[in-house]
Design a protein around this ligand. Structure first.
Ligand code: RUB
Length: 406
């Protein structure tokens, strides 16, 4: 049902919510719009029709359990509020309303005015490709595994072997920070040496060091990690917050790309009827300046997700929006060489495919695991079926024997 109000989309932030409620849907929608803007559970002696007309959220449409609400630009802070304030408006109290048993923010469209307050990625797809000297093929990376337990030297050796096998990227895993067994300074220095060695041998690669930490420390830590030789940073956007990504991206002292992990996102994204879908998260990460972002494996990997939803995330990374640079979509989680063809068929070539177990679990070790991944990417890039390509590529063949193909 279109409720007939004609609005100028440039004046509003428009949100789509999926609502489960015992109330008539129009009542629930109005309650949500009121709670998130000028109203509350009762009428107020302090409000006026002028306030409601100017700042009140409008219910634009109701279609089954999907409602569309428009929030006037003026409801959003002009500067210091940032994403925390945006989220308080579009994804705040509404989740806790007793009259709504489940609610999911499915999508958000930001107005030009709001988009213009954010700078987007400093590097993005083109910047990463330039730094790596890889103009066309998908990027191919690894997550150093095991997640925890390797020393700095062992981590650097893993990275070197992965690069020697042809990978363009590697990264710390999300639980690795500054544990005693692998101090971040020693790890960053050792990995930088491994990357320099690879470069001197003619191969360019980057490794993202995880700088996820408390908000008041993250830029300082990133500066140190950079001074120790890091070529890329990693930050967990859900645990650290969007503001952490923005602080890193907009700080002039940070001169390397930011790889954005999304650990804990499942708590928000997984229930199809409740929470926040990955799409608004992707849009906010792009506004805040993430250069690469995990978007799911298009339905083939180990983590829950589906091709349609993941593809929407991928498009939100790559579609023209706000004059921003594009974000490199990262497919990661249970990836192995035999599934890459299917994944790249859906994703297209602007993607970073990465595997942890799918590299270091290869029977021949990290270098051969990396080679198998690169061979799978080459096969996908040339549209050659993986089993065909494996006939004269031993490492890929061994990977298929161990894990199969999709
Ligand atoms: C990858 C891994 C990553 C996932 C997270 O390891 O565990 O943290 O990418 O998932 P492996 P997502 O390759 O051994 O599975 O990218 O969906 O957030």
């Amino acid at each position: 049902m279109h409720l007939g109000e004609d609005i100028d989309v440039d004046d509003f932030v428009i949100c789509d919510y999926r609502v489960t409620t015992d109330l008539p849907m129009a009542d629930a929608a109005n309650a949500i719009a009121a709670e998130q803007s000028t109203g509350t559970w009762t009428d107020l002696s302090t409000t006026t029709s002028k306030i409601v007309d100017r700042y009140g959220a409008r219910v634009l449409s109701i279609d089954g359990d999907l409602i569309r609400i428009a929030f006037p630009n003026e409801d959003f802070s002009i500067d210091i509020g940032g994403v925390p304030q945006i989220l308080s408006v579009i994804a705040g109290n509404l989740f806790g309303l007793e009259s709504v048993s489940k609610l999911r923010l499915e999508d958000v469209t930001f107005s030009k005015e709001i988009l213009s307050m954010y700078k987007g990625p400093k590097f993005g797809v083109d910047g990463l490709r330039d730094l790596l000297g890889r103009p066309e093929k998908p990027l191919v990376g690894t997550i150093v595994k095991p997640k925890i337990g390797l020393s700095p030297k062992e981590t650097a050796n893993y990275v070197y072997e992965a690069g020697a096998g042809g990978l363009t990227n590697s990264k710390d895993d999300e639980t690795l920070s500054n544990q005693k067994f692998c101090p971040i300074e020693d790890r960053t220095v050792a990995v930088a040496e491994a990357l320099d060695r690879l470069e001197s041998e003619g191969h360019r690669m980057m490794h993202a060091i995880n700088v996820s930490t408390n908000g008041d420390k993250i830029v300082e830590l990133a500066e140190k990690v950079q001074s120790w030789g890091a070529k890329e940073l990693m930050v967990d956007v859900i645990t650290c917050g969007f503001a952490a990504v923005q602080a890193l991206a907009e700080d002039p002292s940070i001169k390397v790309p930011i790889h954005v992990h999304r650990t804990m996102h499942g708590a928000l994204t997984r229930d199809p009827l409740h929470g926040i879908s990955m799409l608004p998260i992707t849009k906010l990460v792009r506004m805040c300046g993430g250069d690469a972002l995990h978007i799911g494996t298009l339905g083939v990997g180990k983590m829950s997700g589906n091709p349609k939803g993941d593809l929407a995330n991928l498009n939100a990374c790559l579609d023209p929006v706000g004059g921003y640079r594009t974000v490199m979509p990262v497919c990661s989680g249970g990836v192995y060489p035999g599934m890459i063809g299917r994944m790249v068929q859906i994703s297209g070539k602007n993607v970073q495919v990465q595997a942890g177990g799918g590299v270091s679990g290869h029977p021949g070790g990290v270098r051969k695991g990396a080679m198998a991944m690169c061979q799978a990417i080459d096969a996908a890039f040339q549209d050659i079926p993986v089993t065909e390509y494996a006939k004269d590529h031993t490492e890929l063949h061994e990977a298929i024997v161990k894990w199969g193909y999709k």
